[in-house]
Design a protein around this ligand. Structure first.
Ligand code: URA
Length: 202
């Protein structure tokens, strides 16, 4: 099955699942971008605008992410973006462990369909989930984003190895402008990684 079709089928299954947070949300926010992309970005959870439109990263944080991508000549066609949590938590509160456990099997299936060459985790939740090899019970043992951003890491997800680079969540950069120069450096590193050698050689 083509990746696009496999993702459509999974989206349908996610829609039909009785997931926590579904009752209070307006729309499922499943993913956007190119299913054949080599770079997968993973965020945390939909916000207000994402919930209204059913599309990830369309609000303020999304605009900033677009700008960063633009600076390294990437467009939505070069990447795919999904979240840990598929429905908006009320008032944008942090997701709780039960919600993470219930939602993340769908993210894991997205990863297995897309098979990216590199996963960019945005912020603490995505970083801790992926670097715990997708084991929600082990997330607490992973250091925070301040220690890990811009560093090349690896995750093993159902016997497949993936390169991972944690980055600051764009929402954190909006709150704390002083982090921006570090984020610029991290994006430059990403550009170097797929500029010098083709991602195929990873
Ligand atoms: N923040 C996220 O982590 N994901 C979105 O889709 C929007 C904002």
């Amino acid at each position: 099955m083509l990746k696009q079709q496999a993702l459509e089928k999974l989206k349908q299954e996610t829609e039909e699942a009785n997931l926590p947070l579904k009752q209070t949300a307006t729309n499922l926010v499943f993913g956007k971008g190119n299913p054949d992309a080599q770079i997968l970005f993973i965020g945390e959870a939909p916000g207000k605008f994402e919930d209204e439109q059913g599309i990830p990263f369309v609000g303020k944080a999304g605009k900033l992410l677009d700008e960063f991508l633009h600076t390294i000549n990437l467009t939505l066609n070069d990447i795919y973006i999904a979240n840990i949590i598929k429905f908006r938590p009320p008032n944008n509160r942090n997701p709780n462990p039960e919600e993470i456990k219930a939602h993340t099997p769908y993210l894991v299936q997205q990863i297995e369909i897309i098979k990216p060459k590199i996963i960019i985790t945005l912020g603490n939740y995505a970083t801790r989930f992926i670097l715990s090899n997708c084991n929600p019970d082990k997330m607490d043992s992973i250091p925070g984003i301040t220690a890990l951003h811009g560093k090349e890491k690896e995750a093993t997800i159902n016997n497949s190895k993936y390169k991972v680079m944690p980055m600051y969540h764009p929402a954190a950069l909006i709150y704390n402008q002083r982090l921006k120069p570090e984020a610029v450096e991290d994006f430059k590193r990403l550009k170097e990684m797929f500029g010098q050698k083709s991602l195929d050689s990873f």
